[in-house]
Ligand binder design. Sequence first.
Ligand SMILES: Nc1nc2c(ncn2[C@@H]2O[C@H](COP(=O)(O)OP(=O)(O)OP(=O)(O)O)[C@@H](O)[C@H]2O)c(=O)[nH]1
Ligand SMILES: [Mg+2]
Length: 415
Amino acid sequence: MFSFFKKAPPPPAPAAEAPALLPEGWVTKPASKPAPEPTAAPSVVAEVAPVAVPAAAPATAPVIAPVIAPPPAPVAAPVPVPPPVLPPPAVPKASPAPVVAPPPPVPTPVAAPAPGPRQSWMERLRAGLRKTGGSIASVFSATKIDDQLYEELEEALLLADAGVKATQFLLDDLKRRVKEARTTDPQAVRGMLIDALAELLSPLEKGLEVGRFTPTVMMVVGVNGAGKTTSIGKLTRHLADADQRVLLAAADTFRAAAREQLGVWADRAQVEIISQEGGDPAAVSFDAVNAGRARGADVVIADTAGRLPTQLHLMEELKKIKRVITKAQEGAPHEVLLVVDGNTGQNALNQVKAFDEALGLTGLIVTKLDGTAKGGVLAAIARERPVPVYFVGVGEKLEDLETFSAREFARALLE
Ligand SMILES: Nc1nc2c(ncn2[C@@H]2O[C@H](COP(=O)(O)OP(=O)(O)OP(=O)(O)O)[C@@H](O)[C@H]2O)c(=O)[nH]1
Ligand SMILES: [Mg+2]
């Protein structure tokens, strides 16, 4: 069972009143979304875009697990404003009408039901990683398990960006498994490699948690064009669809286009955004956290401008944003998320290390695994800098961002 993120019960809630959720309190999409409150007065310093009615809501259904949880506890119930124009909840497409077969000839097969969202997402992940998986899989077409097979596998894993350390680790682990199982079938070895990789990747599997702090503050960082703003947009939609009040901070203040891009996502999800033309990104973040606290936001997400970890002054700027967020709210930011482009190969590992050293990362979002990404870099990250992977992106649409599962990923790569 996958949910898009985890909802932690707020800390002061007495145990007796804990909502009857699944054991860990997975948030799920409620049946209907309460009306948003009217936009509060704008912050003094920053210009606040009022909640705009989206011109056109994306037609895609949010990918959130089935309804399990009751609606959130009625904490100081927000005054339900009557019918604001909300994007109609996109109804999942009914399976295509069955084709009526003409009587005499061979009956026309009824179309198979459309795959679930997660399944079709997996298909896109598989398609993205197919090239890599294909070259690893071809190693197992050998007729016997010998040194040559292991050498070819080593080469294939290195080519898949797994890096020297993870490759060595996987090979040693695999040899141990093969010995224990006393198998002589190269195809069986592939299954064992899937097990070994899934185990190696499992420490990266962790759900993003919201609700423990009010607001939960996240800052999102990464190199230029990694997919930060797009991922924030998608995440915001998922959070808003689960009735989380989100406030965005356009802390990428350099480019008007960057603010506009985030603004479009804010409009679509009908959430507030704090932005300031040409302002100081730290000041915008500070204002956003304060506004989020004042307005009872559940989540504040700061989008930052892309930068290389080698641009030291820009890294200093990120540290400043982080410090200033802590000033606005003790203990914040609760999440420092690095967005990495899955196509950057071993360089992704360097980015994880560098941003982690500068900022102390709490999670990763790995994007563009639909492209020419080789996927092995996650093994390198797991072995050398195991920062949890909250989400994996396989495209530009809302449903293309999904939670990370170690086993699914291993299977998508190697099956
Ligand atoms: N194929 C594919 N494209 C993606 C994915 N995620 C983001 N993109 C695209 O990558 C491009 C850059 O995305 P942005 O979200 O603007 O990246 P950014 O990190 O905010 O960029 P800067 O703010 O300029 O540093 C856009 O064209 C996105 O649509 C993904 O998972 N797959
Ligand atoms: Mg951006």
